[in-house]
Design a protein around this ligand. Structure first.
Ligand code: CU
Length: 185
């Protein structure tokens, strides 16, 4: 290969790699765009907005609060983890707020509203339309990252009101190990 051809080939490879990264980013973005509330700016809104009004500050709501308890599948890393889940059902839908302490620091977690109680492991995701999928906005997913001290805080909003079959909130690792559960109603 001549130097000229090698340079052109190298430029093509760099260009192609850049294009693939860009396209992967767009595909990822579009999944979230499809679900997000367009009143907000960024792609992760559908799994929470740290600046949203927390459940315990929503006026005139049907308010519930429950402590998180450790689930059977939890590792010893979480022996001292504590926290609460709050749910506010109100005229504009449902607000869920999580507050946790002594998680692993700087770690991503995912949480969902589930349709069964903690004693039965929570069962499936709660779905507003039982015939629909388990993704927002038809389900409530709450994603967050713990801070340097292992504190987690996030609020997720949904425009619909959950019914009485929204029984629990479960926090998982990103590998879907169930860690903590709160019985809401
Ligand atoms: Cu879950």
């Amino acid at each position: 290969m001549t130097r000229f051809h090698f340079t052109r080939w190298l430029r093509f490879v760099v260009f192609a790699a850049g294009l693939m990264i860009l396209l992967a980013g767009c595909a990822r973005q579009s999944i979230y765009d499809a679900h997000k509330d367009h009143d907000h700016d960024h792609a992760w809104d559908y799994v929470g907005d740290v600046n949203a009004t927390p459940a315990d500050a929503v006026e005139g709501a049907d308010f519930m609060e429950a402590p998180f308890v450790l689930m059977e599948t939890v590792s010893a890393d979480y022996n001292s983890t504590t926290g609460t889940a709050q749910m506010a059902i109100h005229d504009h839908g449902t607000t869920v707020t999580l507050r946790l302490s002594n998680l692993l620091p700087n770690t991503d977690y995912i949480s969902h509203v589930h349709e069964e109680t903690c004693s039965t492991g929570g069962g499936a995701y709660y779905r507003f339309d039982p015939e629909g999928d388990g993704m927002p906005p038809n389900a409530i997913h709450i994603g967050f990252t713990s801070d340097d001290n292992g504190t987690g805080f996030m609020t997720a909003e949904n425009a619909k009101q959950v019914d009485e079959s929204a029984h629990s909130v479960i926090v998982h690792t990103t590998a879907e190990v169930s860690l903590l559960c709160a019985d809401m109603q």
